[in-house]
Design a protein around this ligand. Structure first.
Ligand SMILES: *Cc1c(COP(=O)(O)O)cnc(C)c1O
Length: 396
């Protein structure tokens, strides 16, 4: 096992040396002034990435899934109705979580490869004249299919129906790699994790909460203890924590925010677009198809790619790992066996992405895929060398 190979799964992502060093720190007392001083700096830095002026930002020791649970349990009561569309494994899991919490989940079934259907949301909300729907839940970037949804469109659908429901957005695999506009889109709770766009180890979920969502706490009857907004806000107010914080991850986050700031968020997004577009050119050159149905849905952080009929994407990923020591994402849920995924988010450059394309190409050739060796790499090379883009390497 050669540990320096990058991974091409869509999270956890590659951890740059700079961030590994930042997390390699002796324990600091979380009741010390040092911790109390760091907390507001982190919140302010994270607000910039969420694009919000003054949403509350909380850090829980959990993965992204904990953020889903925090959003739901702090604002809703058993039996409350929520509206959500299912178009991939992550939206599916959030639905499952809501059902297990005893919520009344109104599901809009969508074809996988499509995104949040603003028109169907508008219809469902307009039909809900009694305003029984308390929250609309949307996965911004469906990591299973490589589809980015139009959150602004969902907000417009809610406004057109004049509906007061809260808007919760999972931006776990989009924040810090694609533009996000919490205030502009009127998002009430936005959820991410440490291990994707922030390029850190797994173990901290980051939740941004609007005043409207904070106000919903009072009536919300679902039980919450570990993920309680109240407990966290009260403790944070005094510079503290309701339990032991993931302090090394917080040191990492401080450095990650510096990296994003040095590169500039606009440049970070431009780099992700460029890397993703190179991957898409490669897919096209191979004669393969993306799961995402149309260009406006293309994700800049992950591409899900159908293998040709008669081939097994699990075997492809297993072969790439076994022979070349490189991980690619397997197909999840309905996509299992049918598609593989190339994660292209986080600490990646032209050079690293090209190595991934070259590797998966070799793996496909080994397994007699009807592709021309070098075709995808050449298409990506041609795109990268003729387009200028900010580079993470230059920024760091
Ligand atoms: C990774 C991911 C999550 C969270 O997964 P965890 O493993 O709990 O961190 C949630 N939603 C999306 C879209 C994701 O990509």
């Amino acid at each position: 096992m050669f540990e320096q190979n990058p991974i091409f799964i869509p999270g956890p992502t590659n951890v740059p040396d700079r961030l590994r060093r930042a997390m390699d720190r002796q324990t600091v007392d979380h009741r010390s002034p040092q911790f109390a001083e760091m907390l507001p700096r982190l919140k302010a830095g994270v607000r910039k990435v969420f694009n919000t002026k003054d949403a509350e930002v909380l850090f829980f020791p959990a993965s992204g899934t904990g953020g889903w649970e925090a959003a739901v349990t702090n604002t809703l009561s058993p039996g409350d109705k929520v509206l959500i569309a299912r178009y991939g494994m992550f939206s599916h899991r959030w639905i499952d979580l809501c059902e297990r919490h005893g919520l009344d989940v109104q599901i809009i079934e969508c074809e996988w490869g499509t995104g949040a259907p603003a028109d169907k949301f508008a219809e469902a909300l307009a039909a809900d004249t009694a305003h029984e729907i308390k929250a609309v839940l949307v996965t911004h970037n469906e990591t299973a299919t490589g589809v980015r949804s139009d959150i602004g469109g969902v907000r417009r659908a809610m406004n057109s129906a004049n509906h007061p429901a809260l808007l919760f957005v999972d931006c776990v695999s989009s924040l810090g790699s694609m533009p996000f506009d919490m205030d502009g889109w009127g998002v009430d709770i936005a959820i991410t994790g440490s291990q994707k766009g922030f390029m850190l180890f797994t173990g901290m979920c980051i939740v941004a909460i609007s005043d409207k969502a904070l106000a919903a706490r009072e009536a919300a009857k679902l039980p919450r203890t570990f993920l309680s907004f109240d407990d966290m806000i009260n403790a944070n107010a005094g510079g503290g924590y309701p339990y032991t914080p993931p302090i090394q991850l917080m040191f990492g986050l401080e450095e990650s925010l510096k990296m994003l700031d040095e590169e500039g968020l606009e440049n970070v997004y431009a780099r992700h677009y460029r890397l993703a577009e190179g991957v898409r050119r490669a897919v096209d050159a191979w004669g393969l198809k993306l799961c995402a149905k149309s260009p406006e849905l293309y994700s800049d952080s992950v591409s899900a790619i159908y293998v040709p009929e008669g081939f097994d994407s699990n075997a492809l990923c297993a072969h790439a790992l076994e022979k070349y020591d490189v991980s690619f994402g397997v197909g999840l849920g309905k996509m299992n066996g049918l598609a593989f995924r190339i994660g292209h988010l986080g600490a990646l450059t032209d050079v690293t992405v090209l190595s991934g394309l070259a590797t998966i190409e070799m793996a496909m050739a080994d397994l007699d895929y009807p592709i021309t060796l070098g075709s995808g790499v050449a298409a990506a090379q041609q795109f990268y060398r003729t387009t200028a883009g900010a580079s993470l390497a230059k920024a760091a």
